[in-house]
Design a protein around this ligand. Structure first.
Ligand code: NAD
Ligand code: ZN
Length: 479
């Protein structure tokens, strides 16, 4: 988007004038009011505003120094530093909601957040997507008032167990209508989508209302699809309650439902205006679900941010992960995804790096009837397979054992059980829908951060790599 308001472009380009907010009324309460400015922005109720215009931002590249902005002490400074100096739309803003809590007195959960704004993406409301990562955000009605000004219609879409568990979200939202859907893959069906539309119709839900999807990836996928299609696009806020949701599923706008012919065959790319990743909800997550999310985090380490792998290495064995470490893992992984989405929102190029480990992983899930391995476990095994291919074809000899090391570090399976047969996996890999029209594609990682989109390995290589993977658990004495 280009600035349409006179003065915007000019102020951004005037040497010495680094405060684009001078030209924006201070009474602005929400990003929606900034749409006429034609700039992707977010504003909070204290008048602290973050703004991004990629083209104008780049014009600042040579004029700003990191220190200038840091000294200003403004909240949007980090946001602009991220935008302008790195020539990347990845943006970070930090805020403290516990400042609000202190004024409010005891009884409110406190929290702080780090905000990563996805700025290249669009939805019909012209909003950038903010990813807020924090702890204790959800019960805070002050935090919500920034997202949902008084009077905005809201519908909360979630499952009954999650509603029971997180009633405080409903309270903080002022008791909106709740649409209950089944959890897991059962909810991702056109039949359920229809029933949700019928509820929305019954409550005369306007397209300017906000659909809040709260749950794991299955519910946020469903909520995204409903919001994208309800009256051709309602507003959407996602509250991922699983680790997988927080680092992967809720970010980037992909949504969808399943058909009997396969998973995620129907869907759109439609950005939420806010993703709220509150670590406080993860405490109740079953350990196996949590580990599944760690597999996606390790994947982000390999495809984008090798520092994640060092963090995985520093994890305590056996005990719980401390909040600081978890925050770092979530924020770094989210940034990897945000950056790839911003480069390639519609998934024709670098975004596909996120499929690392998924070609074999999805085949393993299908071959074992989606029962033996969960998604993260299967993706972990898929990364091991891909690492083995990289070792065989490209001489990346240390990669397979290194991958196995990280998987073992977080308690993920380090190999396949003997029941999984190569022939079956090979044919299932041929059906990978993510291969697109250009034929079967394979994401290869030659070392942390070095990723290539290639074609599938030939059969002999695949068989040898599979043998390595199938040997893993037996060597570890698992079967
Ligand atoms: N859109 C995307 O980019 C994307 C990316 C990855 C995965 N996905 C989709 O996400 C889905 C998988 O998501 P998932 O792994 O989050 O699993 P899920 O949504 O199926 O949830 C797993 C289970 O965890 C429970 N649960 C959720 N939050 C909980 C909490 N805080 N405490 C206790 N229990 C909780 C749920 O009730 C459910 O039973 C798949 O459908 C997949 O296709 C989408
Ligand atoms: Zn995945």
């Amino acid at each position: 988007m280009r600035p349409t308001q006179p003065g915007w472009g000019a102020s951004l380009r005037t040497p010495g004038c680094i405060d684009p907010m001078d030209h924006v009324p201070h009474s602005l309460r929400s990003a929606r009011e900034l749409i006429p400015f034609g700039v992707a922005m977010s504003a909070n109720r204290h008048g602290r505003v973050a703004a991004v215009d990629r083209a104008a931002g780049c014009a600042y590249d040579h004029k700003l120094r990191r220190n200038d902005l840091d000294q200003s002490g403004r909240r949007w400074s980090a946001f602009l530093v991220g935008q302008l100096l790195r020539r990347s739309a990845q943006v970070v803003e930090t805020g403290l909601t516990n400042q609000i809590d202190t004024r409010r007195g005891p009884g409110m959960a406190s929290g702080s957040y780090c905000r990563i704004a996805v700025t290249t993406v669009t939805n019909p409301h012209g909003l950038a997507c903010n990813f807020d990562s924090g702890s204790g955000l959800l019960p805070n009605s002050e935090y919500w008032s920034e997202i949902r000004p008084e009077g905005t219609p809201v519908a909360l879409l979630t499952s009954q167990p999650l509603l029971d568990r997180f009633q405080h979200v409903r309270h903080a939202l002022g008791g909106p209508p709740v649409i209950i859907v089944p959890d897991g893959e059962q909810g991702k069906s056109l039949h359920i989508v229809t029933s949700v539309y019928e509820r929305l119709a019954a409550i005369r839900f306007p397209r300017t209302g906000i659909i809040v999807g709260m749950g794991g990836g299955s519910i946020t996928d469903l909520a995204g699809f409903v919001a994208a299609t309800w009256k051709r696009g309602a507003r959407l806020v996602l509250i991922p309650t699983t680790l997988t949701g927080q680092v992967d599923a809720a970010i980037g706008g992909k949504n969808g439902v399943n058909l009997t012919d396969g998973k995620n065959l129907v869907g759109t790319i439609y950005q939420p205006e806010r993703v709220i990743a509150d670590r406080a909800v993860l405490g109740s997550l079953p350990e196996r679900e949590f580990r599944s999310g760690l597999a996606e985090i390790i994947k982000c380490g390999f495809v984008g941010d090798p520092a994640i792998l060092d963090l995985v290495d520093s994890m305590p064995t056996g005990g719980p992960i401390g909040d600081d470490l978890l925050r770092e893992l979530i924020d770094r992984s989210a940034r990897v995804k945000v950056e790839l989405v911003q480069q390639d929102e519609h998934d024709f190029g670098p975004r596909r790096h996120l499929n690392y480990g998924h070609t074999l992983g999805q085949a393993v899930e299908a071959a074992t009837g989606y029962r033996e391995y969960n998604h993260g476990e299967a993706v972990g095994i898929g990364m091991l397979f891909a690492a083995s291919v990289a070792a065989i074809v490209h001489g990346a000899r240390e990669l397979p054992e290194r991958t196995r090391h990280y998987l073992a570090r977080v308690g993920l399976p380090t190999g396949l059980s003997a029941t999984v047969d190569f022939e079956r996996i090979w044919s299932l890999m041929g059906q990978d829908k993510k291969g697109g029209s250009v034929g079967r594609e394979f994401v290869l990682c030659l070392g942390p951060g070095i990723v290539r989109l290639t074609s599938m390995p030939d059969r002999a290589v695949a068989r040898e790599a599979f043998r390595f993977v199938a040997g893993g658990d037996r060597e570890a004495g698992r079967d």
